[in-house]
Design a protein around this ligand. Structure first.
Ligand code: NAI
Length: 507
């Protein structure tokens, strides 16, 4: 590549993505050419940019001179040939391989041999798009997120035949446009759509097992695990017409990797038209755009006669005793519970039933509490019962653990509660992205933090919890369920076993 300075950017396909990219490019001082096979789409994109820039000027975010200058850099085109002098052309057209390849061929006949041809594809292989190109080295993935001006991260994807200098140029361009670039290999889902599997797929698995309802799982992920949204709220926002095919596509592109196995729950709901917010009904119902939450049962006005906390996990025992003490409750001492005591267990990756059996406890009095995350850091607690737990013990435990005003969700028995299993799957999948060298650990964390709005990058999240604890959850889940989806990534088990951070790269 003789010149990699990108000052004139052509955008083909001026729908939701094309116009967003046009905005940030023009605001960064680039000349932007817009083309779409539908001329109305070009006109609509320009009108959208004009309105958006006017709004930004009204709010005082930019001056009206800036708004006018930015708009003057946006040039609608009536023919693809008008892209001839572009330093780079980015396509954001329909997501079909043969249409994108055809566009690459057309563009190669128009633009300079050293002009970059970038694709905003979210699910196609960049290598595949470059097949048949005369100069495949210049074909690169440039994956933005919707809405582009607000989602400040972009994935730069090197296809197998890509010239690394092209990817380097896009890193610089991204920064010029105020975006944070992350770089990754051409693998299904790239970084963000790959890392995002854990939340939705494991949330669906927990729901499918009847562990808890959609709203309960969401509340746990928000208030206990600290995420902005739970899996069902997120799927309602994206729409199942988008999320379900992505789940199927990534699963199949990884040749039925069990970690990505989708759920029939979304297949059936998609067919039934329960797509989410856009249809007014998804996992929640929406009235005037407002999510309708199911009524929650009041906290039972019950307390156990006494409480005994299992010492099977010294860590869990210490955490629960500290919590109870802060609530003014002194748990029983001794190695065995008294005859009427509520029995509290603190499994990591096991279910309450297995704890009762392994520890020789009376299952009708056993209630498990999730201790993966420190109680001080969480705004909700999760309790879990065995199928034999009596209603009196369940309600007593609920009343007790909610007595300081922190909400409690009681779920049915589950290997890994809800938060443990979802968080551990998120950390495990990110670990395996690092293991496959799809991206560096720091780029994985940056991409997920900015692209999915997680409170921390997934590897930093694993570090904050403790890699050994995440490993214990996964190993126990794998053992108990026999499901290979929980097998720990070598990245995770090596680093956890060596006491290293999950962000550690080899020397
Ligand atoms: P869109 O449907 O809003 O816009 C696509 C535009 O491309 C339409 O205006 C259409 O007329 C035009 N078009 C179709 N075929 C064309 C061709 N052969 N030549 C020129 N123009 C053509 O689609 P959207 O959502 O903007 O997506 C575009 C691309 O960006 C797709 O590859 C999609 O996978 C990807 N993407 C979409 C995201 C999203 O959230 N919508 C996020 C990230 C990537």
């Amino acid at each position: 590549m003789s010149t990699l300075t990108i000052d004139t950017l052509g955008i083909v396909g001026t729908g939701a993505m094309g116009r967003g990219i046009a905005q940030i490019a023009a605001q960064a001082g680039l000349t932007v050419r817009l083309f779409d096979t539908n001329p109305q789409a070009v006109a609509a994109a320009r009108q959208y940019l004009q309105d958006t820039l006017a709004k930004l000027a009204d709010k005082g975010k930019i001056s009206s001179d800036d708004a006018a200058a930015t708009l003057s850099r946006v040039q609608p085109c009536g023919a693809l040939e008008e892209m001839a002098d572009c330093d780079m052309v980015l396509e954001a057209i329909v997501e079909r391989l043969e249409v994108k390849r055809d566009l690459v061929a057309k563009l190669e006949a128009i633009v300079r041999p050293d002009a970059v041809i970038a694709s905003n594809t979210s699910s196609l292989s960049i290598t595949a798009i470059a097949v048949g190109a005369k100069h495949p080295g210049r074909v690169v993935g440039y994956h933005f997120f919707n809405p582009v001006p607000l989602m400040k991260v972009v994935e730069v994807i090197d296809g197998l035949s890509g010239d690394p200098a092209v990817g380097d140029a896009l890193l610089a361009l991204s920064r010029r446009m105020g975006h944070t670039p992350v770089r990754c290999k051409d693998m299904p889902g790239f970084i963000v759509n790959h890392a995002g599997r854990g939340m939705n797929i494991e949330g669906l698995k927990a729901a499918q097992e009847g562990v808890a309802g959609f709203a309960d799982i969401d509340a746990i992920m928000r208030e206990q695990a600290g995420f902005r949204m739970g899996p069902f709220e997120l799927m309602d926002l994206t729409g199942l017409d988008v999320s379900h095919p992505v789940m199927e596509s990534i699963y199949n592109q990884f040749y039925q990797e069990p970690r990505y196995r989708p759920s029939p729950i979304t297949a059936i709901r998609q067919v039934g038209g329960l797509l989410g917010r856009k249809t007014g009904a998804g996992f929640y119902r929406y009235v005037d755009g407002q999510k309708q939450l199911p009524a929650t049962a009041p906290v039972p006005d019950a307390r156990p006669a006494s409480v005994w906390v299992s010492r099977d996990s010294e860590r869990g025992h210490a955490m629960v005793v500290k919590l109870l003490t802060a609530m003014g409750v002194t748990p029983e001492g001794g190695n065995a519970p008294s005859a009427d005591a509520l029995i509290v267990v603190t499994p990591l990756g096991l279910d309450a039933t297995t704890c009762a059996l392994q520890q020789g406890l009376d299952a009708s009095r056993v209630v498990a509490i999730d201790t993966l995350l420190p109680f001080e850091a969480t705004k909700r607690r999760t309790l879990m019962t065995t199928p034999a737990t009596s209603a009196a013990m369940r309600d007593g435990a609920h009343g007790l653990f909610a007595s300081d005003g922190v909400p409690v969700t009681v779920i049915r028995d589950s290997a890994g509660f809800v938060a443990q299993r979802i968080v551990s799957c998120i950390v495990n999948i990110a670990s395996d992205i690092a293991q496959q060298r799809i991206a560096t650990p720091s780029d994985i964390d940056l991409a997920v933090n900015l692209g999915l709005g997680y409170p921390k990058g997934p590897l930093a999240l694993g570090d904050a919890i403790g890699p050994q604890l995440v490993l214990e959850v996964l190993r126990n889940m794998e053992r108990l369920t026999g499901d290979m989806r929980y097998r720990p990534s070598p990245w995770l088990w090596r680093r956890a076993s060596l006491g290293l951070s999950l962000l550690t790269e080899e020397a």
